[in-house]
Structures are given as C-alpha cells and as structure tokens.
Design a protein around this ligand. Sequence first.
Ligand code: ITT
Length: 211
Amino acid sequence: MLRYVTTNAGKVREAREYLGDAVTQLNFDYTEVQAADLAPIAAYGAREAYRHADEPVLVDDAGLFVYGFDGFPGPYSAFVEDTLGVEAVRRLVTSELDDTSAEFRCVLAYCDGEAFDASPDPVDRDDRVAAAAAGPDAGEEGAEADALPVKLFEGVVRGDIVEARGDGGFGYDPIFEYDGSTFAEMGPDEKNAISHRGRALEKFGEWFQER
Ligand code: ITT
C-alpha cells in the first residue's frame, strides 16, 4: 500500500490513473517550508508524512512557473490560486507580458523509512532551507546522516497561458495550453501522457517497480 499525501483530490485521481488502486490518498496537510524550489518542500513533507503515517508515502508538490514573472507563482501557486484566483493570474500574464510561456513542475518525494539510494538533499547543507528539509529529527551536526532517506522524481511540461478553456482537470488547467489544447480540455489519460505529474509518475513507477 502506498499513501499519496495530498489534500488535493485532483492529484490523487491522476496518480491512481497511473499507478493503479494500490495508491490511496492520505489527506495530511504537511508543513510547507518556505523555499524557491519545490524539491525541499516535497522532501520535508515526505519525512513529516512518513513519521505521521508510519507507512510508505509519496508527497506531490507542484506549481505553475511563468517565465516572464521569474517563475511566479511557483511554490506559492496554491496560495495564489486561493487568493488571486486562476483568472486573475491569466489576466496578469496576458496583460503584462508579450511572452506568455510558462511551465508546470511536479516533484514527487518518496519515503518509507528504509535506507535506499536516496536523492542528494536538494540544496546546500549550509542553507537554512536544507536544514528545514532534513526534518525535525535532524540534529545541527550530521543532519544528513540523521535525516530519513527520500527519493525525488521531477516532471516538467512547458506551455502557454491562454484564456480559460475546458472543464476537466483542476487548478490552473483551464489556462495552461499545450500543443493547441488546454489541460482542462484533455482527458486524464491524455493529460498524464504529457503532464509534469505524468512525467514524474513515470520516473517514480519505473524506480518503484525495481524496488
Ligand atoms: P497539497 O499541498 O495538499 O498536495 P495543493 O493543491 O495545495 O495540495 P500544491 O501545494 O502542490 O498542492 O500546490 C499546487 C498548486 O498548483 C495548486 O494551486 C494546484 O491547484 C496547482 N496545480 C498543481 N498541479 C496542477 C495540475 O496538474 N494542473 C493544474 N493545476 C495544478
């Protein structure tokens, strides 16, 4: 049994589509450390969720990165969706920028409490973010040794911000266009085949099967 850690039912639907029924949702709101990248956030979340659940967990941290806004909203995508809203993001992008290109990124972080060939910690260990990502049990010295091993899998897809179309998917899907269709105009299979999450799930699935 693998617990997919998220409060977002849309993410779980896509993960189950890909990985099958062995995946169930763990609706656990892990601490989102403040960081410019998704990887430290996901790594911290996976360690915290594993300590909470005491069974194998997969954390999914994702975001929309608009190139012309230096990657905004990026790691703050959920906060911006809840406050400004998706349509306001679309208006901002199309009114302020000539180049409306953007990418979705997804980082999956796996932790099962076992020692395995873990990913290197996402950022420099001198960094406060790295210390935070190592989790609450990591001491000030030798934090790397104390921290639970976490394996990271990343997926990225590049597209354009456009006027909202389609009613499938969730979040920013209606305003993200890839190859002529928005993600909200695609079925789940179609989206998974090319999406940031689908690409990260594919990498995870291959590794997990070996394991
Ligand atoms: P959890 O943290 O509980 O997993 P969340 O929805 O808050 O749920 P994130 O912190 O990863 O997830 O925030 C990601 C934001 O980006 C959030 O606003 C999502 O709606 C949006 N998002 C993530 N993946 C997406 C996708 O495939 N299509 C559209 N929007 C997506």
